[in-house]
Design a protein. Structure first.
Lengths: 408, 297
């Protein structure tokens, strides 16, 4: 009798063990992605909240069974400290892990790896919106409007709002790099296509403690608008100097004064944190929905941040939203591929991404890709800094950028 | 004409802040002949300590400023005591490599805090309106920055010329063995040099942070940005740092004001100081106030 009981017990034990080992199979599949960005080092003020946004979205996806069937996403996030060689190393390690999508970051690293992306045929979602990344490239899927689109769009906005019959005189304040120069070149092409602005001067900034000479020179040349494409710190110093010198326009396009406008990485809550009241009146083009809009989309972003214990600074950063959007694009690509009954491979995900179309709470408009269109969110919001936050003035789509692209 | 004077004022403001930021490098070099590549990180640390005390702990900014100078004084002294003292007598290049390593360690430590990757600014504690005299404007931030710079530089000059400790430091700088033979503690002098450099770095960090906002990358970059000032001034001369700082500031502003945007030129404000530096070094290889040591064999 004893031996019979022992036998039953042993059989049960074996069954339990077998069941335990087969559990992961029932738990669903795990899809591997890889993300490399600057969590520390230069530009980490953007990269850090960006990584948090992506991390939180993937956690959310896994915890809520967003993909269905218990499928999960495994996306290791590596800190490349804004070093191109480190990004390349991480990318190669990710390839060894057979990742499906690469979530990348800086302009330089993406340009350096552009050929590699094409060669290994891997879909890439960058945090850099440099137009050059999608020129002669098939596998880079830009989440939102490019920097060029921002700059050309702002120039068009200036033309539309400028009072008077004269051609608006504009100066460009740019980062001394390919990142900074790209949008300027595209704006010059837009001018050649008929955009009526006069670029009086291009300033490539350094580590300036005082912009007095530059600002006064611009005023003396009759410049009314300064379009910035760089990061927040130099813009903050310039705005503070302009406030001190009394050359900041009190209203849009005020004569004899300077109206400052800027692309994606020049603005946001970080600019206000750096420049305080000097930011008032700053016009900013961005394709993300800001939490200061206090709309349904903003609430969802704040809920996600709260769910994962993020502080107010991260929760309200548009870079946090940008991280969420990048992660959402990857997630939706997997989900759609699954829904189409296709095997989850790089090739099939690439096919799906070419027709991906969804609404994101982090973005200003819908994400829409097509076989010939590699920009997810085309619409930009024009924001103005008012009472310590950026408020939406209007939605905007650049017309001239289409002409510039058609001319390539 | 007011444009010209505005540029002069801006040049002096920028130059004096460069001088203050360069002071710490000069102080360390003066006593130990070492170029401290972690200086920028101490500048940033000083600014963030002041911000933390003021904003997070609610300490009035004036006291936060003094406290941060005191904290970086002891921080730099500890760094010297723990990492550098055991390198006394070792080749200078070894010590320099250690300072590069220290810079990485400080980077890592600051990246562990929100200060490493977030932007902040000091609360407004000075009037936001500018002072305008004859069409030339200067902000209170800049004015106070310049005053603090000159007060500190004056104090350091007095310290090196009149105080016993200061004279000891100069003696060590001149001849370590000679100084030891008359009973001066060289390790103690090294510690003090690092400590005073830390103190001046905190002051510079607060002033720069008040102008540019508090961004770690921007702040620690000033540890390198001011190297040309130190070289032009003559590496071990406080007066040299002041004069060179102001020369650099003026060249930068004049180039930006009169060359940039004209004659197809751009970015001369960044390049001209280096060109002038090279020209001056051609004629004065030891810098404007550097000591030309002659060794007789």
């Amino acid at each position: 009798m004893k031996s019979k009981t022992a036998l039953i017990f042993n059989v049960l034990l074996v069954i339990v063990f077998l069941f335990a080992f087969t559990l992961p199979a029932f738990a669903g599949k795990t899809y591997k992605l890889g993300m490399s960005l600057a969590i520390t080092g230069p530009t980490s003020d953007a990269g850090n909240p960006y990584s948090k946004g992506a991390e939180d979205w993937f956690k959310f996806v896994n915890e809520t069974d967003y993909l269905g069937d218990g499928d999960k996403i495994d996306c290791p996030i590596r800190d490349d400290q804004y070093k191109n060689d480190t990004t390349k190393r991480f990318f190669e390690e990710f390839l060894d892990d057979e990742i499906l999508i690469f979530l990348s970051y800086a302009t330089g690293a993406n340009l350096a790896l552009k050929r590699d992306f094409e060669e290994v045929k891997i879909p890439v979602i960058p945090a850099s919106y440099h137009e050059g990344l999608i020129v002669d490239a098939n596998y880079t899927f830009m989440p939102v409007a490019t920097y060029s689109e921002n700059a050309v769009g702002l120039a068009e906005y200036v033309v539309g709002k400028h009072q008077g019959e004269d051609t608006p005189k504009v100066a460009f304040f740019i980062h001394p790099s390919a990142f900074g120069r790209g949008p300027l070149e595209d704006t010059q092409k837009a001018i050649a296509e008929g955009l009526k602005i006069d670029i009086v001067e291009v300033v490539e900034h350094g580590t300036d403690l005082d912009n007095t000479a530059m600002l006064q020179r611009l005023v003396s040349k009759g410049v009314q608008y300064v379009i910035c494409h760089t990061v927040q710190t130099p813009v903050a110093t310039m705005l503070t100097d302009a406030q001190r010198l009394g050359v900041s326009a009190g209203s849009f396009g005020e004569k004899g004064k300077l109206t400052f406008l800027g692309a994606h990485y020049t603005g946001g809550s970080d600019l206000i944190a750096l420049a305080g009241t000097a930011t008032e009146g700053y016009i900013w083009a961005d394709s993300y929905n800001l939490t200061s809009e206090n709309n349904e989309k903003a609430k969802k972003q704040l809920e996600l941040a709260e769910r994962y214990g993020r502080d107010d600074k991260a929760a309200n950063s548009h870079n946090y939203g940008a991280g969420i959007l990048a992660a959402q694009i990857a997630t939706e690509a997997i989900k759609e591929t699954k829904a189409a009954g296709l095997k989850i491979t790089r090739g099939n995900i690439y096919k799906t991404m070419q027709t991906l179309n969804f609404e994101s709470f982090a973005a200003a408009g819908p994400v829409t890709y097509s076989p010939t269109e590699r920009i997810g969110v085309d619409v930009m919001n024009i924001y103005v800094a008012q009472d310590g936050v950026f408020k939406k003035l209007q939605s905007f789509e650049s017309q001239y950028i289409q002409k510039v692209r058609a001319g390539r | 004409m007011s444009y010209f004077f505005q540029i002069v004022v801006s040049g002096i403001v920028v130059g004096s802040i460069y001088a203050l930021a360069a002071l710490g490098l000069v102080l360390v070099y003066k006593s130990s002949r070492v170029a401290n590549f972690a200086h920028g990180q101490i500048i940033a640390a000083g600014a963030f300590i002041t911000f933390f005390l003021t904003v997070r702990l609610g300490v009035p900014i004036f006291f936060s400023f003094l406290a941060s100078m005191l904290i970086t004084f002891f921080l730099a002294m500890s760094v010297e005591r723990i990492f550098l003292r055991r390198l006394i007598g070792e080749p200078i290049i070894s010590v320099i490599m250690v300072t590069i390593g220290l810079a990485s360690i400080f980077d890592g430590l600051i990246y562990l805090t929100p200060f490493g990757s977030e932007n902040f600014s000091f609360p407004d504690f000075l009037p936001t309106e500018s002072i305008v005299v004859g069409g030339v404007s200067i902000s209170w931030t800049q004015l106070v920055g310049v005053i603090i710079t000159f007060v500190l530089i004056g104090a350091f000059s007095w310290f090196f010329k009149k105080s016993t400790v200061g004279i000891s430091m100069r003696a060590v700088s001149d001849d370590q063995f000679g100084a030891m033979s008359v009973g001066i503690s060289v390790p103690r002098v090294f510690g003090l040099a690092w400590a005073t450099a830390g103190l001046s770095a905190a002051a510079a960090g607060c002033i720069i942070g008040n102008i540019t906002g508090l961004n770690f990358e921007t702040l620690h970059a000033f540890g390198i940005v001011v190297f040309p000032v130190v070289i032009l001034g003559g590496l071990d001369s406080i007066l040299g740092a002041v004069v060179a700082g102001i020369i650099m500031g003026l060249i930068q502003q004049f180039a930006s004001g009169y060359l940039d945007g004209n004659f197809g030129l751009n970015g001369t404000g960044d390049v001209m100081p280096y060109i002038i530096l090279l020209v001056i070094l051609l004629f004065k290889p030891h810098g404007l106030f550097g000591i030309h040591e002659i060794e007789r064999v």
